[in-house]
Design a protein around this ligand. Structure first.
Ligand code: CTP
Ligand code: MG
Length: 404
């Protein structure tokens, strides 16, 4: 018997909002917390909870992406995943999700993708309470702030916070209650529990979770990022970050480059001009040391490589000198949120004799990278290979980037 025919609980995850208040470049659920999106984190919690049908409601343009994310988190439970396009309001998005409930489902949870860090235990607590009581269930937290009633900028009274609670999701319902209430709803409600209560049903409160806060503003996103980066929780399912997030750790990258002897004019190597040495050939000035450093930096930042960024389809870099490549690389790396820690390079060449100008080369390369320390070592290869014969030079570099 397949799993789907035994499922009695469904979770509708609404992720079709645009995230106006967050102001990101993507719809909110597709904004990254670390290397994973808000939706992905939310689904990690959902799949950490007891087995259920999972219906993700996504913006129409993101249905494919949402399905790929959900199936990856679901693993062996992927047959339980459905993704549908949402509507203009949260309520319409929930309604779109409810159309896809499996016939066996009796308990329905509705959850905001924006509550990305909601633990599986909170989800289970809501589902259990619905099954045990038959009531609608809302997870809540006590209100800790002192609340004032205001009239414009004037405080006109206090509100007894003991009588208040902050509502979260997932909110849980008996299937028929929720479907009937949705069918009858003739206006917009702030949440599903309010809609169900309006239809005459009692709603119970169970304990919510501080982690179930909703990511609404950039400050909320920062909070989620800090929590994920500092979490030492083991990943219950692929997707939930554990330990320090990779985005917070330094990153290294390596690069290598080879150029043949044979270009016009003087040799350019390691950011210097070497007047009496034979030039290297290449699309640019053939500075293998600088190019290895560029690759190391791009690799550390996960930005690809020199061919992809400065290849022959970028004619403005034809014949460009090392300092131009390095400065542009630094700009790209910093734009991606990194600061250059240091760079270490080695060149294998028969000529030039490097040591007398090492300090000068290091200073030139460092200046092109905005002052980051650069060290350059040089070696001959004992007469062996193309570097030993003097047919070409080869360079290697390692770069360290630290989060800006
Ligand atoms: N939502 C939805 N469809 C909509 C509007 C909202 O599925 N038409 C979802 C959001 O994706 C979110 C949840 O409902 O997971 C709660 O909504 P909210 O936090 O208000 O998100 P947005 O509407 O995206 O944000 P904003 O109001 O700032 O635009
Ligand atoms: Mg909204």
């Amino acid at each position: 018997m397949d799993i789907a025919s035994r499922i009695d609980t469904a979770i509708v995850v609404v992720a079709a909002g645009s995230g106006t208040r967050l102001g990101g470049s993507a719809p909110k659920a597709f904004v990254g917390i670390d290397e994973h999106s808000i939706l992905r984190h939310c689904l990690a919690g959902v799949f950490d909870a007891e087995q259920a049908q999972v219906i993700v409601v996504a913006p129409a343009s993101r249905v494919g992406e949402a399905l790929a994310e959900a199936e990856e988190v679901a693993g062996e439970r992927r047959e339980l995943v459905t993704v549908v396009p949402g509507g203009a309001t949260r309520q319409e998005s929930v309604a779109a999700g409810l159309k896809r409930l499996l016939p066996t489902v009796e308990t329905v949870l509705v959850h905001d993708a924006a509550r990305a860090l909601t633990p599986g235990e909170t989800i289970d607590r809501v589902a259990r309470a619905v099954r045990e009581t038959g009531r609608a269930v809302v997870p809540t937290l006590p209100v800790v702030d002192t609340l004032k009633r205001v009239d414009d900028d004037r405080i006109v009274g206090v509100v007894d916070r003991a009588a208040l609670a902050a509502a979260q999701t997932p909110q849980g319902f008996a299937r028929d209650v929720l479907l009937t209430a949705y069918a009858a709803a003739s206006r917009e409600f702030t949440d599903d529990a309010a809609l169900v209560q309006e239809a005459g049903h009692q709603v119970l409160s169970v304990e919510g979770s501080a982690l179930a806060f909703k990511i609404t503003t950039p400050a909320d996103l920062d909070r989620a990022r800090h929590l994920v980066a500092g979490s030492s929780r083991a990943p219950a399912v692929p997707g939930r970050a554990a330990g320090a997030s990779p985005a917070q750790l330094p990153r290294i990258g390596m690069g290598t480059d080879v150029h043949a002897v044979g270009g016009d004019g003087p040799l350019r190597l390691a950011g210097l001009e070497w007047p009496d040495e034979p030039a290297l050939s290449g699309h640019s000035d053939g500075d293998a040391v600088a190019h290895a450093i560029v690759d190391a930096l791009l690799s550390a930042a996960g930005l690809g490589d020199i061919g992809a960024l400065f290849g022959t389809d970028r004619p403005e870099f034809a014949g460009a000198r090392a300092d131009v490549f390095l400065a542009e690389t630094r700009r790209l790396v910093e734009e991606a949120g990194w600061r250059i820690g240091n760079v270490s390079a080695q060149v294998q060449a028969r000529r030039p004799i490097f040591a007398p100008r090492r300090a000068e080369a290091q200073a030139a390369l460092s200046a092109a990278l905005g002052g980051a320390p650069v060290s350059v070592a040089a070696t001959t290869t004992d007469g062996m290979g193309f570097t030993g014969s003097g047919d070409g030079v080869q360079a290697f570099a390692v770069a360290l980037l630290v989060p800006a």
